[in-house]
Unconditional design. Structure first.
Length: 445
């Protein structure tokens, strides 16, 4: 290897773990941060990167991880990948940046690998982190890390309970705004007047009852990140005001004359397909392109079934029933269930069944009805027989899923005696999602 001293000086100047490697993965220069991160000794000119980071004699790609070195060789441009590394602290997520280094003649001399640990995600149960290790989960982490390094507007699209709020927090946490506020704005059910006073604040005397002035959420978020949850629910007439705010970052408090400015990073989320709403004329196209600078798709739990055992273990550890365990049958049943409510539903199912189980072993019959339904699902009757408005799938013409949901919720509204919080748990949705759905179909409990 030529210019070893120059390369070593370059590596020493990097404040993150870094190495310089040749196309055969051999490490030729290493910095102190890298040596401290891993528990394997590095011998320059001999050790290979995968031996240090994966304790493996083979490169990463045969083990299901994309090799950034190979991508770099193919394209002769920088490449990124998220890998699980064996560090001195145990297994941890790592974001890899691989850059080809060329000599004066443009010939690649080797590759610079810079590593960044990902603290907001974990392969094992860890409080306040996103847990998972499946390929779709890693792809999502890769996108979160790319997005958090810039100020680009991020749009999170995924089913209810798939973790959108957690991902929004991760984007904030991994950005250089992490020490500033993270402010959530729930867009469902905001009337025009509430929208303005919540977002922009109001001056004393602006309306009856405004006895003092109040800061808006946009002002509170200054320097940080604003998360607009369910942005698809912002009514058309308010979308114009939202667009103006996002374009200029300027606003006026209700009843105020002074123009104010707030520097915030925008993250939005929706479980609806916003482009379909644009086509139907229910969402402004210009607003869509303003918020969708960097779309991130959140896989449903069905698409990341490999993560189910890790998530079960995670939620059990966080629960009051750490000593209990699921039987093999119960685990089998859970892994074949479709989880329409995604991770939130899995969490609720675990808590419910751990509570119900009389023994330390949680059996399949401790799992809720919804999970068993898949076993006996020649199920024609989706609502119990005594139900006057039951939908019989044998007799009913095919309905849209929205109509079916509306009919079912309408039936519940007529009969249900308990609290909204209890109902939300039974339906495996958040209280917020329950209210959102009721509002959507014009229903009241
Ligand atoms: N990867 C994960 N690891 C551990 N817990 C998770 C993960 N993803 C989501 N959760 C948990 O699942 C629950 C639902 O997540 P979250 O509220 O972020 O979903 P959401 O997509 O915003 O839901 P909604 O559309 O209903 O608002 C939360 O309790 C969250 O902590």
């Amino acid at each position: 290897m030529k210019n070893t001293t120059v390369v070593q000086s370059m590596i020493n100047a990097i404040d993150k773990p870094a190495i310089f490697i040749s196309p055969d993965y051999i490490i030729h220069a290493v910095n102190q941060a890298y040596i401290e991160t891993y528990d394997t000794e590095v011998t320059l000119g001999k050790s290979r990167c995968h031996q240090v980071s994966h304790h493996s004699d083979e490169p990463c790609d045969p083990h299901g991880e994309e090799c950034p070195l190979q991508q770099c060789q193919k394209t002769t441009r920088s490449a990124n990948a998220v890998h699980i590394h064996s560090t001195a602290q145990g297994k941890s997520y790592c974001d890899i940046l691989m850059k080809p280094i060329k000599d004066d003649a443009g010939i690649i001399m080797g590759f610079l690998e810079i590593l960044d640990s990902i603290d907001y995600a974990s392969t094992e149960s860890k409080k306040d982190t996103m847990v998972g290790q499946s390929a779709p989960f890693k792809q999502m982490l890769n996108k979160i890390n790319r997005a958090s390094q810039s100020n680009i507007a991020v749009l999170l699209q995924g089913e209810t309970g798939a973790g959108k709020e957690l991902v929004a927090k991760a984007v904030h946490q991994a950005s250089n705004r992490s020490d500033k506020p993270f402010v959530v704005i729930e867009c469902t059910g905001l009337s025009e007047s509430l929208f303005e006073s919540e977002l922009f604040g109001f001056e004393k005397g602006a309306f009856t009852g405004a006895t003092t002035s109040k800061k808006g959420l946009i002002e509170i978020a200054h320097g940080g990140t604003v998360f607009f949850d369910e942005i698809g629910d912002v009514p058309m007439n308010m979308q114009v005001k939202l667009l103006r705010l996002l374009e200029t970052q300027c606003y006026r408090a209700v009843g105020g004359l002074k123009q104010k400015r707030s520097d915030f990073r925008l993250v939005s989320a929706s479980h609806k397909n916003l482009l379909e709403l644009v086509d139907k004329g229910e969402f402004r196209r210009d607003l869509y392109y303003r918020i969708a600078g960097f779309p991130i798709y959140l896989p449903s739990l069905r698409e990341r079934q490999d993560d189910i055992p890790t998530l079960i273990n995670h939620f059990m550890k966080l629960s009051d029933y750490k000593h209990k365990k699921f039987s093999a049958n119960a685990l089998q049943l859970l892994s074949s269930y479709s989880f329409p409510g995604n991770i939130r539903e899995l969490k609720n199912i675990i808590e419910q069944s751990a509570l119900i189980a009389n023994e330390d072993l949680i059996h399949s019959n401790d799992l809720p009805e919804s999970v068993h339904a898949i076993e006996s699902k020649t199920a024609n009757q989706i609502i119990p027989e005594d139900n006057t408005s039951a939908v019989n799938l044998n007799e009913t013409k095919i309905m849209s899923l929205d109509d079916l949901e509306a009919e079912y919720l309408s039936h519940i509204c007529q009969q249900y005696q308990g609290s909204p919080a209890e109902l939300a748990i039974t339906l495996n949705v958040s209280v917020r999602t329950l209210y959102r759905k009721l509002q959507r179909y014009g229903l009241k409990l």
